[in-house]
Design a protein. Structure first.
Length: 374
């Protein structure tokens, strides 16, 4: 029995040591096996009210989980809770809440946290930390009061796909227009609004840059990249593909030194890619394909510095250079397709694949054999 147990532990350990997770998850340098555990300790802010009410020390809830006390005026009329409830109800009314796929308990007479409004998660203080209504027929413009959700960590109003196996997705969200400011959401980490009709992200989104880790707004009608990109030092996922972005590729892109996933395909980007992208040495996916006006050269230095990259995609662009000659005609150019070519003068012994050494050894053996025969 010991061997299967050790094998299982090995599988678990291997899974923990793999690369970064999807948007919003922990990344490899935040795992307990690598980091000091700061990310894990910081997750207390995400503990839901039903899990935390047993140890709460709120003055309004001195005896822990008491549903009745949650409806006392002293609790409900506290300024932030009152503002958040009003903002949620305005959102419900403006975005067709009566026609949502699921709208359980969304009612002015009930409490968003203690009465479990569908898609709403609250923290131990009774403040909204997550609003998750993917594929829920949310339709219309978001109200300016969305910024009143000042404890918000995650906003998910996305649509998945327009159809599944040729069956139309009738539950798609259709958020439209310009997103309101979320500048007062000081803990905001994830924005997922893909698959909508959004024309513009908040003009002051850079004010959320100190906390934002994932920005996903694929399949919208965006025309611009976020401004002041260099401020987004915690960002590890940027998904703005399938929009109408006409900006020049920004030189400051390389300052996103924690970025893992970049999806900018199917836009109208122009300008040139330069050596400025080399410092993004934690990158896993770099996809700028189907931007015909995008030019420049993918620097060969990424062969060494982008040690964790899975693939890059530059199909249907005007990018030139050595890496382009290997990658321009394939939709996904995996690392092995461009990092074992050329003369390998950039590589150390540890970088040379085993197959190279085996090939050289085989050639030498064959040469000696032929010499002996003569």
């Amino acid at each position: 029995m010991e061997r299967p147990l050790m094998w299982l532990l090995g599988v678990i350990l291997a899974s923990l040591l793999r690369g970064p997770l999807a948007a919003g998850g922990i990344t490899e340098d935040e795992r307990l096996l690598v980091s000091d555990g700061a990310w894990h300790r910081n997750q207390r802010k995400s503990v839901s009210i039903e899990s935390s009410c047993y140890y709460t020390t709120m003055e309004a809830m001195p005896y822990g989980c008491q549903y009745a006390r949650a409806h006392f005026p002293s609790y409900q009329n506290e300024y932030q809770r009152k503002s958040e409830k009003a903002a949620l109800m305005e959102f419900y009314n403006l975005c067709g809440g009566d026609f949502w796929r699921s709208r359980d308990n969304w009612n002015q007479d009930l409490d968003p946290c203690w009465d479990y409004w569908y898609g709403v998660t609250c923290n131990e203080h009774g403040y909204v930390i997550k609003l998750e209504l993917s594929d829920n027929r949310v339709r219309g413009m978001l109200p300016s009061t969305m910024g009143a959700l000042t404890s918000l960590i995650k906003l998910d109003l996305s649509s998945t796909e327009s159809d599944y196996h040729l069956h139309p997705n009738e539950e798609m969200n259709r958020v439209e227009g310009v997103m309101p400011s979320l500048a007062m959401c000081f803990q905001l980490e994830e924005i997922e609004v893909s698959g909508n009709l959004i024309l513009r992200l908040p003009d002051d989104l850079y004010l959320n840059a100190d906390t934002l880790r994932s920005l996903s707004a694929s399949r919208n009608l965006l025309k611009n990249l976020p401004i002041y990109l260099s401020r987004y030092q915690l960002l590890h996922t940027l998904e703005l593909d399938n929009n109408r972005i006409e900006d020049e590729f920004p030189a400051e892109f390389g300052r996103l030194q924690n970025i893992r996933f970049v999806h900018l395909q199917y836009n109208r980007l122009i300008g040139s890619i330069t050596r400025d992208i080399v410092p993004m040495n934690k990158i896993r996916v770099f996809d700028v394909s189907h931007n015909p006006g995008l030019s420049g050269v993918i620097p060969e230095q990424i062969i060494v510095d982008w040690a964790y990259v899975d693939y890059l995609a530059i199909l249907n662009t005007s990018i030139a250079g050595y890496i382009s000659s290997l990658c321009l005609d394939v939709p996904f150019c995996w690392k092995f397709m461009y990092d074992t070519h050329k003369d390998l003068t950039w590589a150390t012994v540890s970088d040379v694949p085993d197959i190279v050494g085996m090939t050289v050894e085989l050639a030498q053996t064959q040469l000696f054999a032929e010499s002996g025969m003569r």
